[in-house]
Design a protein around this ligand. Structure first.
Ligand SMILES: [Zn+2]
Length: 174
């Protein structure tokens, strides 16, 4: 996986309403170690996500944040259960609202970001957007997938059938 360029970490605790009034723009990183939910569903990930976030108001005066989030990860191929490099990329289009009523009033193109206090966790929002960018299932291209053969690599056993033994066989075949 590629190493992401050094970017300054985003501020973690922010007041989204204030940022929308200010028209604040951020371009920075979120350390992956601060995103435990995401770390729990990927095999591995680059050290930090990149985010570009643009706070402001839409044509109808709603407080919004728009932008994108990206993180290089490895997912488990659902065919062969080996890691698969994948670039998570999510488009951010959120309406900043105070409650469920506000969320329901948003137009279809905006997802709600419900703000319950002046201080909101920006990292949590970025993590949510990355989680939403996860595919339902990930697969290698057929020609690169080790699951195309007849053996199973789903479990580590104590025999010569273990995945590392199979990997070694594949290497010597080339
Ligand atoms: Zn595969």
């Amino acid at each position: 996986m590629s190493t992401p360029p050094e970017r300054k970490p985003l501020p973690r605790l922010v007041d989204p309403r204030k940022l929308a009034v200010q028209g604040a723009r951020f371009s920075g990183s979120v350390p992956t170690e601060q995103m435990a939910r995401l770390a729990g569903v990927v095999v591995s990930a680059d050290s930090a996500a990149e985010a570009e976030l643009d706070f402001g108001r839409d044509d109808e005066g709603r407080a919004v944040v728009q932008g994108k989030v990206e993180l290089g990860v490895e997912l488990e191929c659902q065919r062969c259960l080996k890691p698969l490099a994948y670039q998570l990329a999510g488009k951010v289009a959120l309406g900043i609202v105070w409650d469920l009523d506000g969320a329901k009033a948003l137009p279809r193109q905006l997802d709600p970001w419900i703000i319950e206090s002046e201080s909101s966790d920006l990292y949590e929002m970025v993590e949510d957007e990355l989680l939403l960018a996860l595919p339902i299932a990930a697969y290698h291209d057929t020609d690169k997938c080790r699951g195309a053969g007849s053996y199973s690599t789903g479990e580590v056993s104590d025999s010569a059938e273990n995945p590392f033994g199979i990997l070694a066989q594949l290497k010597t075949r080339q």
